[in-house]
Design a binder for this molecule. Structure first.
Ligand SMILES: *Cc1c(COP(=O)(O)O)cnc(C)c1O
Length: 223
């Protein structure tokens, strides 16, 4: 029942239009199944192998979100199984995803991950790299650009975190206006985790990715 209580208390804080992705990395099948029974339809994983295993063992109705750094040699493992890739963090990766999607005659929903934190360890595109992609976005015939994703700094400084989320929202708005004003698909800002999702929502998040607040702390803390 603890899982249900955790979900209920998060749901109280989610305005309509903000989607909850339950981040289930390192968590067992039984717990994911239980959470899905409480009406959560979206789950996030960050390792292709683990994702594949879970997909094969869990109900088909689940929407799987890939939220981790994706190596190009792992694209094939997940490309036709995921609902949304949050973590497109290079032109090279995007090019390879598109290439594979063309081969299979599918379209792939993607978010462009932006570097918004001030930590060396966080992945993401710089603004220059983002613009480089957007300038040639029509070449990516089999990509559905759904929006942007970002991870704030891991810090207790709430003003800093808020500033990083604001930056992502402002960037989203300007990208939307310049490149996607006619495209209603480009509509998502994936930001906010267990420690900062309330701030993220205040700053315009449309998708929050929450792990430990639902499932409890993870044994391994690899991102
Ligand atoms: C692990 C992870 C999360 C969830 O983190 P919690 O702090 O446990 O909520 C969200 N987003 C990404 C990209 C992650 O890797």
């Amino acid at each position: 029942m603890i899982l249900k209580e955790n979900i209920d208390s998060i749901r109280k804080n989610l305005p309509p239009g903000v989607k909850l992705v339950a981040v289930s990395k390192f968590k067992p099948i039984e717990e994911i199944l239980e959470v899905s029974k409480y009406g959560v339809k979206d789950f996030g994983e960050n390792r292709p192998q683990e994702l594949n295993k879970k997909i094969s063992e869990l109900p088909e109705e689940i929407n799987w979100h890939f939220i981790g750094h994706l190596q190009t040699n792992k694209i094939k493992m997940i490309i036709d199984k995921v609902y949304l890739i949050h973590s497109v963090d290079s032109l090279k990766l995007l090019t390879e995803i598109n290439k594979e999607a063309v081969k299979r005659d599918i379209t792939v929903n993607c978010l462009l991950q932006i570097y918004i934190a001030s930590e060396e360890t966080k992945q993401g595109l710089s603004e220059a790299e983002l613009n480089e992609i957007l300038d040639i976005k029509n070449l990516f015939t089999n990509i559905n650009f759904k929006g942007l994703m970002g991870m704030a700094s891991f810090t207790d400084n709430k003003d800093k975190v808020r500033g990083e989320f604001k930056y992502l929202r402002d960037l989203f708005n300007s990208v939307k206006q310049t490149y996607f004003s006619e495209d209603s698909q480009f509509s998502e800002i994936s930001m906010g985790m267990s420690g900062d999702y309330k701030i993220a929502i205040e700053e315009g998040s449309t998708i929050v990715r929450i792990g430990s607040l639902i499932f409890g702390e993870r044994q391994a803390t690899i991102q």
